[in-house]
Design a protein around this ligand. Structure first.
Ligand SMILES: [Zn+2]
Ligand SMILES: [Zn+2]
Length: 390
């Protein structure tokens, strides 16, 4: 448990995370992190097994703590199939049952991976009431310490509220070798914090929402580190990878501290989800979350810049002007580093913005523009501008 006092309305913040380690050679800390557990259920896929899983499995065997093991099929989706698979293999499915007893279960689920593996283990962990920990393999998304699992069910994708992992091990020597698109996706997901925190400030001033200055400032500082060291990503620089992973930790803890996802996401995440849902409906494999968030961040940034130009509200102008430097720097980074942009169709972008408004009852620039009857005009002008730049 991490705890501290704060000057915001909550007065105190806490998170049920015990520990995290982000450094070169962090994997060596695994025995220490699992010292209180005896029966570990390890979940990975073929790629994450190669990246870190093989080593983790050896370490668990050496400690005599490997209770059960599951290698998921490649590219698992966070759906019934994956969740059911994890549930079935929590104990050896072929083991003789004791019909007078409930099935013996592990005392820790260990997710070795990033997005789907982590999210699906979190849900199973929560439903079974067994803690889980994570060995990260890619700096590709901000959900490591999230308390919610974005899950595909009933024909849609929703975030199911669960709990946070007990620990996170992020070995930058392992993570730096993740596929290139995943590195870009991770830093792209962090860039979304600029629009996300600006949305949070907007919600505070125009909708009376709760806001914690300390947590918001910490998220902006962590995002700045990613941005200013970001170009070193080209060399797979461990320090730069560390900045991104630390950014995920700051936002993940921020979510736990405040009990909502404001520190991690705003309108850019909702628009990105709308794109993802389109792909799921069409039976296409969704793009990497962070790449969609990054592109949506560029779109929302344009909408804010346009609003700053057009509005006569001086307070709003001042608020947005604090972020214009960030927006320019993100744009420059995306162009120079050739960050892939999955959505390149103006109509698709406009429709997803309109859908995003209805997807989540959260006050953002989308609500502000809708209330003033300008959302569709802004979405179209900014989508056209963005597509021209891609
Ligand atoms: Zn606070
Ligand atoms: Zn994200």
């Amino acid at each position: 448990m991490i705890e501290f006092d704060c000057s915001c309305k909550m007065g105190k913040h806490s998170a049920p995370v015990d520990d995290y380690v982000i450094e070169q050679g962090a994997i060596k800390k695994l025995p220490e992190m699992i010292k209180d557990y005896k029966k570990v259920y390890m979940v990975c896929d073929n790629n994450t097994y190669k990246a870190a899983g093989e080593k983790v499995k050896e370490m668990l065997e050496a400690e005599n703590k490997l209770f059960s093991f599951l290698m998921l099929p490649d590219d698992p989706l966070p759906d019934y199939k994956t969740i059911g698979n994890i549930l079935i293999h929590a104990n050896n499915p072929g083991a003789d049952s004791d019909i007078f007893e409930y099935s013996p279960l592990p005392d820790l689920i260990l997710a070795v991976g990033s997005g789907t593996i982590n999210d699906s283990c979190r849900l199973v962990s929560y439903r079974l009431g067994i803690p889980y920990g994570v060995v990260g393999t890619a700096p590709s998304m901000d959900g490591y310490l999230s308390a919610g699992s974005p899950t595909l069910f009933d024909g849609s994708k929703s975030t199911i509220k669960c709990t946070t992992p007990k620990f996170l091990i992020a070995d930058t020597d392992i993570i730096k070798d993740a596929p290139w698109d995943m590195l870009l996706a991770g830093i792209g997901d962090m860039f979304g914090k600029y629009t996300g925190i600006l949305d949070w400030e907007l919600a505070r001033d125009y909708n009376g929402d709760y806001y914690c200055e300390k947590i918001a400032d910490d998220v902006i500082k962590a995002t700045d580190s990613c941005l200013y060291n970001g170009y070193k990503l080209k060399d797979r620089d461990p320090e730069c990878i560390k900045n991104v992973m630390e950014g995920f930790v700051v936002t993940g803890l921020g979510m736990a501290y405040t009990g909502n996802s404001r520190p991690a996401s705003g309108s850019e995440h909702i628009v990105a989800y709308a794109w993802e849902l389109e792909d799921v409906k069409e039976g296409k494999k969704p793009n990497l979350h962070g790449l969609e968030v990054c592109e949506a961040t560029r779109l929302i940034a344009d909408m804010y810049l346009m609003l700053m130009e057009e509005t006569e509200d001086q307070h709003l102008k001042n608020l947005i002007s604090k972020y214009t430097g960030y927006f320019e720097a993100v744009e420059k980074f995306c162009v120079e580093m050739k960050v892939p942009s999955p959505a390149d169709d103006v109509d698709k972008i406009v429709n997803s913005v309109l859908k995003a408004l209805k997807m989540r009852d959260r006050y953002t620039i989308l609500f502000y523009l809708d209330k003033t009857g300008q959302l569709e005009r802004y979405a179209r002008i900014c989508a056209e501008k963005l597509v021209k730049r891609l």
